[in-house]
Ligand binder design. Structure first.
Ligand code: ADP
Ligand code: MG
Length: 144
């Protein structure tokens, strides 16, 4: 990811988060991994919708892959959207081919990355999302 210095951004609605995701999509390069770190309802999935839209993927097709662990979308670049919320073990993550995705040529976007932290390379970018109030979220994008 073309990230020369950390990015901080506050959004005031889910639509603004989607717009922000679209802007961030322009910085992405094949093989990038973004860890989306925030509580339930922080806006991780909305941010993914925005990145998807920025890569010419229909954002209405993006929803949390809670039961399948990963969804794959094809746009200007392949997007691998992980949700590790329900993952039971690293073995389970390996079995679905997580490493092939992470070391592939697509963009990996990971909800609940702490549940598979052993598998995440140091080159990953951290996106920390803080819930400020009902409609306000602050994003901090940094190298790990
Ligand atoms: P997560 O994937 O982190 O659990 P979602 O993106 O699925 O979060 O949901 C975020 C929820 O918060 C949605 O109901 C959305 O409408 C709401 N919301 C309110 N304000 C914002 C904001 N600024 N950015 C993103 N979502 C917001
Ligand atoms: Mg989600």
């Amino acid at each position: 990811m073309k990230l020369n210095e950390p990015i901080t951004k506050t959004t005031n609605s889910d639509l603004e988060t989607i717009e922000f995701g679209k802007e961030i999509a322009a910085y992405l390069e094949p093989g990038d991994i973004l860890c989306l770190d925030g509580d339930l309802g922080a806006g991780k999935t909305h941010f993914v919708k925005g990145i998807a839209a920025g890569l010419n993927i229909d954002p209405t097709k993006v929803n949390s892959p809670t039961f399948t662990l990963v969804h794959e979308y094809r746009g200007n670049l392949p997007v691998y959207h992980f949700d590790a919320y329900r993952i039971k073990s690293i073995a389970e993550a390996l079995q679905i081919g997580t490493e092939d995705y992470l070391y592939g040529e697509g963009i990996s976007l990971i909800e609940w990355p702490s549940n598979i932290k052993e598998l995440i390379p140091e080159s990953a970018v951290n996106v920390k999302i803080d819930k400020i109030d009902a409609n306000k979220r602050t994003f901090h994008i940094t190298k790990m």
